[in-house]
Design a protein around this ligand. Structure first.
Ligand SMILES: C[S@@+](CC[C@H](N)C(=O)[O-])C[C@H]1O[C@@H](n2cnc3c(N)ncnc32)[C@H](O)[C@@H]1O
Length: 261
């Protein structure tokens, strides 16, 4: 059935612009086969035909493809390092920061940045660009409504201060949206923004092939200002970081050093 999957990959690329060749194949194929079988299709081509005509099936497929679990302060110790070491270092150089939360999913990451900025760096001007490939998650991100589970790592004091509780849901304070711009962006195909001080890109590169990752690291390096920092996920160390002009500033934080070019 290899050809069936190859034909499917091409059709998906034409229909929704996501190139599955650039995602690790074994893992992705396993995820999609489980869903396809659950819906009763025995080939990828017939499954594609079905979701091409059915928006609910298509949404479900896109959801499975994009793997969009997230939470506030995911890996809290790293967020402490961001607050205590990285942000003060960047702010010392420039009180206006451009932050890019790439593959931001439903918004937990950019809002974590926004509330950290408001709570601990109120005198700094911090703008956040929050992007993802998936329109559905961006819509949810703009609403800013979360379950308790998404907030489990957030210190209580911040939870009380920046959320309104309605029933079992938590709504983010409106003012935190002011400095965030949500936008669709495909890390594997679109042009990268420039002059960024801090890129937060976590728990997405693990799904990509090594070749795709290398290109993205280079693009991230080009996006950052001199001395800018890339914050990656807790299983996403960069091997050969120097190749992209990165020095390790702290575990999972890479700082651009132009002398390495
Ligand atoms: C597991 S979530 C990570 C969310 C957040 N960064 C975190 O660490 O909690 C992965 C996100 O990557 C997004 N994604 C997948 N492929 C992408 C691509 N090619 N370009 C941009 N975003 C992508 C998905 O839509 C999903 O929202």
């Amino acid at each position: 059935m290899k050809d069936d999957y190859i034909e499917f990959i091409q059709s998906v690329k034409n229909k929704i612009g996501i190139d599955l060749h650039l995602y690790k194949e074994t893992q992705m194929k396993r995820r999609l086969t489980t869903l396809r079988n659950k819906r009763g299709y025995t080939s990828f081509v017939s499954y594609f035909e079905a979701f091409s005509k059915d928006s609910e099936l298509l949404n479900e497929f896109t959801d499975r493809l994009t793997i969009n679990v997230s939470e506030f302060y995911r890996n809290p110790k790293r967020w402490d390092v961001l607050k205590d070491r990285i942000l003060p270092m960047l702010i010392e150089k420039n009180n206006r920061l451009s932050i890019w939360s790439a593959a931001c999913s439903t918004g937990e990451e950019p809002y974590s940045l926004a509330l950290m900025a408001k709570e601990y760096f109120p005198k700094s001007k911090i703008e956040i660009l929050a992007t993802d490939i998936d329109d559905n998650v961006l819509e949810k991100a703009k609403q800013g409504i979360y379950t308790e589970q998404a907030l489990k790592e957030l210190p209580d004091i911040l939870k009380k201060k920046y959320f309104a509780k309605k029933g079992s849901l938590y709504k983010i304070e409106e003012s935190l949206k002011k400095n965030i711009t949500f936008k669709k962006h495909n890390l594997l195909a679109d042009r990268f923004p420039k002059n960024i001080d801090l890129i937060v890109c976590r728990n997405v590169l693990i799904y990509f092939t090594d070749q795709a990752k290398e290109k993205i690291y280079q693009n991230f390096s080009n996006s950052l200002k001199s001395d800018g920092v890339l914050f990656v996920g807790s299983t996403e160390q960069i091997f050969n970081a120097n190749k992209y002009a990165f020095n390790l500033a702290e575990t999972f934080f890479y700082q651009k050093d132009e002398t390495l070019f």
